[in-house]
Ligand binder design. Structure first.
Ligand SMILES: [Fe+2]
Ligand SMILES: [Fe+2]
Length: 282
């Protein structure tokens, strides 16, 4: 099973840009690359911030582009979205008790989509109701390998203006629900607009970089009282992830969407090298 992930598309950041806003161009390019590479995904997860302002028009622009996808698309809600418009644009997307959280299964893997949205907050949220839902999901499928997607990374990355505080209550609730569930193979997030790898509650956690422009890689302390002219947002290329589940292991690949040249192809001249590489395997 191959699960593609794109995150933080932020359509509608420049709604009046002519002829077209940068974020929509980047989304088109990323989707085109995903559809034009040799590995066809079984599904695409959009892990939040599909839009910049949560408006209907921006969601409609997203779903229009997604018509090209021959596989199912599963959205998560980000802090820039609205649940109402997301559910209107994706009428098949499950929701429960007012939250956009649900499970998808395939090839013996369970994929859980979490909802970390709270109206009016930039950062994440995870209330007791959501904790109860997650605990129930994990307790009732304790032997099924599980992959979790959520918009907000519940960790301190070192990029201070984007980070939560240490041990925010919602992160502690989330950790309490996840701890001890060894079937959880990995957590993959968005929101940070930069790639990181770490652990949370003993579980490997990765952030997929954004489709929209990236957050600059600056780990120096930052003060809300003192603008220091540092770079915050850059035009580094968009990225998508491919999470590959082979029935035993889950491995994540990332591809940046930029131009490059092919320097070697698998022709007869390289066959001896490839053959040698196979022969030495035990
Ligand atoms: Fe974002
Ligand atoms: Fe976000």
């Amino acid at each position: 099973m191959l699960i593609a992930q794109m995150t933080d598309i932020h359509i509608g950041f420049e709604p009046d840009a002519k002829p077209e806003e940068l974020n929509r161009i980047r989304f088109r390019q990323t989707l085109a690359r995903l559809l034009d590479q040799p590995n066809t995904p079984d599904m695409l997860v959009l892990s939040g911030d599909l839009t910049d302002r949560g408006d209907a028009e921006s969601f409609d622009k997203i779903t229009k582009e997604l018509e090209a996808c021959p596989f199912p698309v599963y959205p998560l809600v980000g802090n820039h979205d609205t649940r109402e418009e997301l559910l209107r644009a994706f009428p098949d997307c499950p929701s429960e008790d007012g939250f956009i959280h649900y499970a998808v299964e395939g090839d013996g893997l369970r994929v859980l989509m979490l909802d970390t949205f709270e109206d009016g907050r930039h950062g994440g949220a995870f209330c007791d109701d959501r904790k109860a839902w997650l605990s129930d999901q994990l307790n009732s499928h304790s032997n099924t390998p599980t992959l979790i997607f959520m918009h907000h990374p519940p960790v301190v990355s070192g990029i201070g203006w984007m980070d939560p505080a240490e041990n925010e209550p919602w992160m502690l609730r989330l950790a309490a629900a996840m701890r001890g569930h060894e079937q959880v193979l990995a957590i993959h997030c968005g929101h940070l607009h930069r790639p990181i790898v770490t652990r949370f509650a003993g579980i490997p956690l990765g952030v997929t970089p954004s489709v929209a422009p990236l957050v600059a890689m600056d780990l120096r302390e930052i003060s809300p009282d003192k603008p220091d002219d540092r770079a915050l947002i850059t035009t580094e290329p968009s990225t998508y992830a491919l999470h590959r589940w082979d029935g035993t292991n889950l491995v994540t690949h990332y591809e940046k969407v930029s131009d490059w040249d092919v320097l070697a192809r698998y022709g007869p001249h390289l066959q001896p090298m490839i053959r040698d590489m196979f022969v030495e395997r035990e």
